[in-house]
Design a protein around this ligand. Sequence first.
Ligand code: SAM
Length: 201
Amino acid sequence: MTATLSFDGITFLREWLAAPLRVGALAPSGATLARAITAEIGPEMGPVIELGPGTGVFTRALLDRGVAERDLTLVEAGSEFAVMLEARFPEARVLWMDASRLRAVDLFGGGQAGAVVSGLPLLSMSPRKVVAILDGAFRHLKPGGAFYQFTYGPGCPAPRPILDRLGLKASRVGRALSNVPPATVYRIQRRSQRHPTEGWR
Ligand SMILES: C[S@@+](CC[C@H](N)C(=O)[O-])C[C@H]1O[C@@H](n2cnc3c(N)ncnc32)[C@H](O)[C@@H]1O
């Protein structure tokens, strides 16, 4: 059997070798997971923040959903990934930084994002870092805005005590069984808010 690695696959592997815990996966996510994590997002939501875009698999899916490239803010800690994203998505804003510092950044001059899509490996992060990421992200999200996160694990990668502390709740909204490894998508939102897809009970 001959294994071939794409350009993206090689970049991913190189970043993983340099920082395995930060990258958290050996290869980019597949198209099924990209569709699942972006399924509830559309252009009417306004700006979208993506955390940990890597080579841009979810970024492309956001564009396929009709989100304008200029409405994308891509937050990536890997320098090789950040350079690649700038070349691929010249109209998007690429921030080469740690997503846990988002709270301190003025992203929209008062405006707010409609959604956050996260490919961050939350399971390999300290609870303190997960709190900083969620707290920072929700400061940029408008009321009713949601944070979409995937995981390879059995439950939501943001633990219940952290969600409780920040007044958030999580619901499983998608699955990508054909992804390698299979993944689940969670929507995290403010506890006081109801998502349009949730019926009245
Ligand atoms: C599992 S990969 C996902 C990449 C891409 N979203 C995908 O699904 O193919 C995790 C990504 O998050 C980035 N990352 C990890 N920790 C980060 C942090 N604290 N701030 C910003 N990016 C981070 C990594 O560099 C990597 O691009």
